[in-house]
Structure formats: structure tokens, C-alpha cells
Ligand binder design. Structure first.
Ligand code: PPS
Length: 576
């Protein structure tokens, strides 16, 4: 794009802040308003609405803008804006706001961050929105899955009155608002700034790409990592930010700035590229680095990408002049072994051997405690990643037993507890069904609703233990598949999780009837008894299945230990 089309000062930032008089009035005035407790995603959107990062939006979009964005990537007045920034609320709140009025937007602790002057309330057509914004209705796309399964059913649009920004306690000096970043660039005398928005740790290839881009367009570099809400990557944002900080000295002195972007990512590929350019411009940037798969989720289950490679670059390319932001296509860099350096993919000398490590391979290397070569990432970055992703034999895990009453869960759980204590090295906690019912869930009965609450509580405690490197052994009946899956999803990102189905048949459990409960259940004295008058959904996803009628406790424990050993959670490791 020709230089004269670039807008160097980033355009006008909206200001939705109220003055001191209004600030004093609001607490009284808002007493009778309905309140909405913002989700994490909404908190991210609100922060960028309040700090001007989403200029020219002055609030959550109304219905006319929403429809226009979906159909033509523009607000109703024609301004380019590709992503509907909507506030999704429950039916109950939507009904209360039908005639307009105000909505107090609060953080999860109840602090009022902003007031919304309600202009529109409507029930969107989610499938149509998914098709327009994500170009797919497949729930395999995380953006679509959120829209169809998680988002609340109604949208509320209106302008905002800002009370205060969401509070962050981490990396405060790195959280610069658009106005602060612009002021910083002005102070430094930077007029051309290329933004690199990323959700991954930066390795050597990224450093090469960004440095080359900065040199090519004669600009300074803004590393602008997305730290709001991202799909799980190999590292949480704390680790990532430490990695970026560690990378800064690898650039020429005083050429790079690092600032965190509290964005909730959408992964809308080409539309995202245009959106990110607008956001970058609002933060004072003149250029945006865009790769061929910019902001795309991984491929679908058939291996097909959701967006045509290069489509994001093309779409932004078509709109860069209108936006005043130049699209800088980022080249795929590969490591050439005999040259010992990174070169663009299309410049690799014929016959050279190139090396690469995929995301999954990196994750596996970290989990297995294997070396991360220095041609791939700088030593200090590798160390940061290692600190927060210890090898599996040092991670926590949960062994979750499920099975009928009297199946032998408690016996196996106790035998396993002893085995882990004998092996040593990690703290172990036993969350047996009876113990939990006494200490955590004493007020609960055996309805489906109560059983689900009980299992969620167990899952929560187990996830905390797992996160902190311990071993949790859980042994409830856990008769329902859906909540068992919920627990797995809660624990798996934090460490290991194996589901052990103690599949002792009902007739054997009933014949044993150690506590005399089956007899009482048959006699109708105990109601809703699992297996007799209440369902037990057999797990189809058990990692280990044990029928205690066939094996001794020692053999069963051995099966579980072997499974854990195979996955690397116990036993020797190459790193030791
Ligand atoms: S659940 O379904 O997972 O919440 O159940 P859990 O917390 O494991 O509690 C099961 C133990 O409670 C006793 N008990 C009953 N079990 C099943 N159904 C009914 N209605 C019931 N009433 C009491 C029973 O002793 C279970 O212990 P275990 O060790 O499984 O035999």
C-alpha cells in the first residue's frame, strides 16, 4: 500500500467516560436498575469498548448494526467493522429490559464497571450469524461452538457510560490502553509501527518474522499478545508474557515495545484480520503482520482448514487503503540445517534439509521432559516453558473411579492410595464417596440434580489438587455420563485424568450387599437407589475397566499403575 494512504496517528478514539458529577450520581441512580454479571469474554469486550480499543464503537452493537455487520462487514452507517461485538444476556434480563432503560454491568465481584443505555433487545438467529461471521455452522469451530452452545439467548445493544476499567493485578505496567500506547509512541518518536498480535509463545521463527517485517517496512515493532480469552495453547498467558519479556533483549535496542491486548479472540480468520487491523490502528499502529492462516482455528476433523490459506491476507489487502493500515504478509520461515538459520520457505536452497517442530510435537516434548533444541527456541524461552509445563512424571493427576454401590471402588481406592504413598514424591488425597458426602456434600440427597452437584464438587477439588501437582483419587458412584465428562474436561487441561470403571455386575454387588442397602432398596425403604430404582450410565470412555469379580485388588491396582506408567505420569523419565 502506498505510504500516503497510511494514517499515522490512528484516527479518533471514542470517549465514553463520565464526569465526576455523573460518577457521584450513578450509585444512587443505579440502585433500581437490573444488573448483569459479565462473563470473562464480555469483560474483555467491555475493556476494549471502554478504553477505545474498539473505536468507533461506543457500546455493544444494536440490532441494525448487528445485521449490517453480519451481512456486509459494516456498521449501519457504512463504517467498516467485521465482528459483531454483542452483549448476550439471559431471557430474564432481556424481558426486564424490553422497554429500554439502563443495565448495570458488573464484574464477577459485583463492582459496577459501566452503565448500558439500552437501545435494542433482540433474539438473534445464531446459525445465520455463525454462517456470516465464521463462514461455517460447524460446532467444531470454537467460535461457532461458543455462539451455539454457550452464549446467552438474547442480545442487548446500547451505548456505554464508563465507570471504571476491569481490574488486573498481573503485568500492570504492560497493559497499555490505546491512548497510553499512542502517547508512548509519540514520546519515542515512532511514526511507523507494525503490530504483531499473537496468542502463542514466540520462538526463533517468530522473532525472525517480526524483525524482518520491521526492517522491510522500516517500522518499529509492537508485540501485542492477546491475553484476554484464547483457545488453550501450550502455555497460559502468564508464561507467555514471561516468554515475550525474555525475548525482548533479542531485538535491536529500543526498536520493540511489548503491550498486552485484553482481547477475547474469535478465530474468524479473514474477518478477524480486518478487525485486528482496526484494533491495531486504534492502538497507534500503522501496519499489521498477517500470516496465511491468520486467526484460524486448527483444521476440522477431516483435516480441512476452516479458511482458505491466504484468505485473511487477501481480505485485509482489499480494505487496507480504506482503513489506513497496511497489511504486511508474514512469510513462513523454516530452519535450514546446513545454513544454521531461518529463511523464508520460498528461499530455501534446493536440496537443503529443513527442520520444524509442530505445536503438538512441542507439547509432547514438554510433557515427556525431552530437550527443546536451541535452533527452535531460545534457551531462556525454553526454560520458561519448562517451568510452567513440567514433564508428566512431575505433573498432578486424578484417578476417578466410577461404579455401582458395592462394586469395590473404596477398596481399590484405598489400595491405590497405599501404592502411591509407597511410591512417594507427590501428595495424595482420597475423595471417597462416603467421605465427600460427610464433609463436602452433607446437605445433598440422591436426586439427579444433587448427584451432579456432588460430582462437580469432587471434580473441582480434584482439579485443584491436580493443578498443584498432587494426586487425587475419587471414588463416587458418579452414575451420569455428562457430568463425568464435565469433570474430565475440567481436569485434563491441568494434568492427567484417568477414568476407571469398576464394572462389577449388579447381581454381584447385590449378592455382596455389604451395607444392606440393596435389600432396603428392593424393599422400597431407600428410594432412588442406583442400579435398582435409579439409572447407572455405563461409561464408554473409561480408560481402565475392572471387574472385581475377576481380579484381586492388587491386580486391579497394577492395571491402573501400568496405565499411568504408559502415559508417563509415574515411573522413570528421560529427564531424570
Ligand atoms: S453419587 O451418585 O456419585 O453422588 O453417590 P455417592 O456420593 O458416591 O454416594 C453413594 C453412597 O451413598 C450411599 N447411598 C446411596 N447410593 C446410591 N443411591 C442411593 N439412593 C443411596 N443412598 C445412600 C451408598 O452407601 C453409597 O456408597 P458406596 O460406597 O458407593 O456403596
Amino acid at each position: 500500500m502506498p505510504d500516503h494512504l497510511i494514517e499515522p496517528h490512528g484516527g479518533t478514539l471514542v470517549d465514553v467516560w463520565i464526569d465526576d458529577v455523573r460518577r457521584r450520581e450513578l450509585p444512587d441512580e443505579s440502585r433500581d436498575w437490573p444488573s448483569w454479571s459479565l462473563t470473562r469474554r464480555q469483560m474483555c469486550d467491555l475493556e476494549l469498548l471502554l478504553n477505545g480499543g474498539f473505536s468507533p464503537l461506543r457500546g455493544f452493537v444494536g440490532q441494525a448494526d448487528y445485521e449490517s455487520i453480519c451481512s456486509s462487514m459494516r456498521l449501519a452507517d457504512g463504517t467498516l467493522w467485521p465482528i459483531p461485538v454483542t452483549l448476550d444476556v439471559s431471557e430474564e434480563i432481556a424481558k426486564r429490559l424490553d422497554g429500554g432503560g439502563r443495565l448495570a454491568l458488573r464484574d464477577p465481584e459485583g463492582v459496577m464497571l459501566a452503565a448500558l443505555r439500552v437501545e435494542d433487545v433482540w433474539k438473534p438467529d445464531r446459525l445465520a450469524e455463525a454462517e456470516s461471521v465464521f463462514a461455517t455452522t460447524s460446532p467444531e469451530h470454537p467460535g461457532v461452538a461458543h455462539l451455539l452452545d454457550v452464549a446467552n439467548p438474547y442480545y442487548v445493544g446500547g451505548t456505554l457510560e464508563a465507570v471504571q476499567l476491569p481490574i488486573h493485578y498481573d503485568f500492570r505496567t504492560l497493559r497499555l490502553t490505546p491512548a497510553e500506547l499512542r502517547a508512548e509512541f509519540a514520546r519515542l518518536g515512532w511514526r511507523r509501527i507494525v503490530a504483531f498480535q499473537t496468542r502463542d509463545p514466540m520462538h526463533r521463527a517468530h522473532q525472525e518474522i517480526t524483525l524482518r517485517a520491521a526492517i522491510e517496512v522500516k517500522a518499529n515493532l509492537l508485540i501485542h499478545p492477546v491475553v484476554g480469552l484464547v483457545q488453550p495453547t501450550e502455555a497460559d498467558h502468564y508464561t507467555r508474557v514471561r516468554c515475550y519479556q525474555a525475548l525482548l533483549p533479542r531485538y535491536p535496542h529500543e526498536t520493540v515495545k511489548l503491550s498486552l491486548l485484553p482481547l477475547a479472540e474469535r478465530l474468524a480468520g479473514p474477518r478477524d484480520a480486518v478487525w485486528h487491523a482496526i484494533i491495531g490502528k486504534n492502538h497507534g499502529c500503522t501496519h499489521l503482520l498477517v500470516d496465511r492462516d491468520h486467526s484460524a482455528p486448527g483444521p476440522d476433523s477431516t483435516g480441512k482448514p476452516f479458511y482458505t490459506p491466504g484468505a485473511a491476507q487477501d481480505l485485509l489487502g482489499q480494505h487496507e487503503a480504506e482503513l489506513g493500515v497496511a497489511m504486511v504478509p508474514s512469510k513462513t520461515m523454516v530452519y535450514v540445517e546446513n545454513l544454521d538459520k531461518y529463511v523464508p520457505e520460498d528461499e530455501v536452497p534446493a536440496g537443503s534439509r529443513t527442520l520444524s517442530i509442530s505445536r503438538t510435537q512441542l507439547r509432547n516434548r514438554l510433557a515427556e521432559g525431552r530437550e527443546i533444541p536451541e535452533w527452535f527456541t531460545f534457551r531462556e524461552i525454553g526454560e520458561e516453558l519448562r517451568k510452567s509445563t513440567p514433564p508428566r512424571h512431575r505433573q498432578g493427576f486424578t484417578v476417578f473411579f466410577t461404579g455401582l454401590s458395592g462394586a469395590g471402588k473404596s477398596t481399590l481406592a484405598k489400595a491405590l492410595l497405599d501404592k502411591f504413598l509407597e511410591i512417594g514424591g507427590r501428595p495424595v488425597t482420597l475423595l471417597d464417596g462416603d467421605i465427600v458426602r460427610r464433609h463436602l456434600s452433607s446437605e445433598l440427597g440422591f436426586s439427579k440434580e444433587h448427584r451432579d452437584i456432588n460430582i462437580r464438587r469432587i471434580g473441582f477439588v480434584a482439579s485443584e489438587i491436580t493443578k498443584n501437582g498432587g494426586i487425587a483419587i475419587c471414588a463416587p458412584i458418579a452414575p451420569y455420563d455428562r457430568v463425568r465428562k464435565e469433570v474430565r474436561a475440567m481436569i485434563q487441561p491441568l494434568g492427567g485424568m484417568i477414568l476407571v470403571h469398576v464394572a462389577t455386575p449388579l447381581d454381584v454387588c447385590e449378592a455382596r450387599d455389604r451395607k444392606g442397602l440393596y435389600a432396603k432398596a428392593r424393599a422400597g425403604i431407600i428410594k432412588e437407589f442406583t442400579g435398582i430404582s435409579d439409572p447407572y450410565e455405563e461409561p464408554a470412555d473409561a480408560d481402565v475397566v475392572i471387574d472385581t469379580a475377576d481380579v484381586t485388588p492388587e491386580e486391579a491396582v497394577q492395571q491402573i499403575i501400568l496405565h499411568l506408567e504408559r502415559d508417563g505420569y509415574v515411573g522413570a523419565s528421560v529427564a531424570d
